[in-house]
Design a protein around this ligand. Structure first.
Ligand SMILES: *Cc1c(COP(=O)(O)O)cnc(C)c1O
Length: 231
């Protein structure tokens, strides 16, 4: 039987140990439980066990979950977002980690205004400059930030990345370091980086948010690859 509580505690201990190695306080790193494909009952268990935030990568799937579970903790959108889903996203999520273009930011701002909410957002950076991947290229980051900083209903709080797939956690280290340097250069607070396989390395390199799915919830069933790429 999968023990969510024990898994969560084990991950929290690993977060704390990584923080200690890096001379950081564990309170400086937000652990986001990535609950995509996970059914309501297991998410409820994680909330009861004290998961501090939840992450989903598809708007439609999150809608059902937020409507059933409410907002016991903040919900983060971590998947790519189509502009035509900005309206639902602005109502459902507290944080949007996948802002990567001006038109999307404007639409989120407009929809957040309508929903009478303020949205905290991260700009997703395509740190490995991969062809298929969402995110703004590093060279375009400054221009994008200039264009979206000052939108009234969006608070731009940091950067997020999904580095190129790799066989080892160490292989991600240079990408994490690069995101942190970019974050420092633009003077923002958050770096969302690191997943089940590499969150400790990400913390050593300065992550302030880690997005951990399988290490908390167990393996995900494969899903049909029809709409690859998230929300
Ligand atoms: C699924 C997902 C995660 C979590 O992945 P795990 O390897 O299960 O921890 C983190 N970030 C994003 C953007 C994801 O889509």
């Amino acid at each position: 039987m999968l023990d969510i509580r024990a898994n969560l505690r084990a991950v929290q201990e690993r977060v704390a140990a990584a923080c200690a190695r890096a001379n950081r306080r564990s309170g400086d790193v937000l652990l986001i439980g990535v609950s995509k494909t996970v059914e309501l009952e297991r998410i409820r268990l994680a909330v009861e066990a004290g998961v501090p935030a939840l992450g989903e990568n598809r708007v439609q799937e999150a809608k059902e979950k937020v409507e059933s579970l409410g907002r016991p903790v903040p919900w983060h959108l971590i998947g790519s977002l189509q502009t035509n889903k900005a309206r639902d996203a602005a109502r459902l999520f507290d944080w949007i980690q996948s802002v990567d273009r001006v038109d999307l930011a404007h639409e989120l701002d407009r929809r957040a205004h309508q929903a009478e909410r303020a949205l905290r957002v991260l700009v997703q950076v395509n740190i490995g400059e991969e062809a298929q991947k969402g995110g703004v290229h590093p060279a375009e980051l400054k221009r994008l930030l200039d264009a979206i900083t000052g939108l009234k209903y969006l608070e731009v709080r940091g950067l997020m990345c999904i580095p190129p797939a790799a066989d080892s956690a160490e292989a991600s280290r240079p990408w994490f370091r690069r995101l942190r340097e970019l974050r420092d250069a633009v003077g923002l607070e958050h770096c969302s980086m690191g997943m089940s396989g590499d969150f400790e390395v990400a913390i050593e390199e300065g992550a302030t948010m880690v997005r951990v799915g399988t290490a908390i919830f167990g393996p995900r069933p494969p899903r049909p690859a029809v709409t690859e790429g998230g929300a």
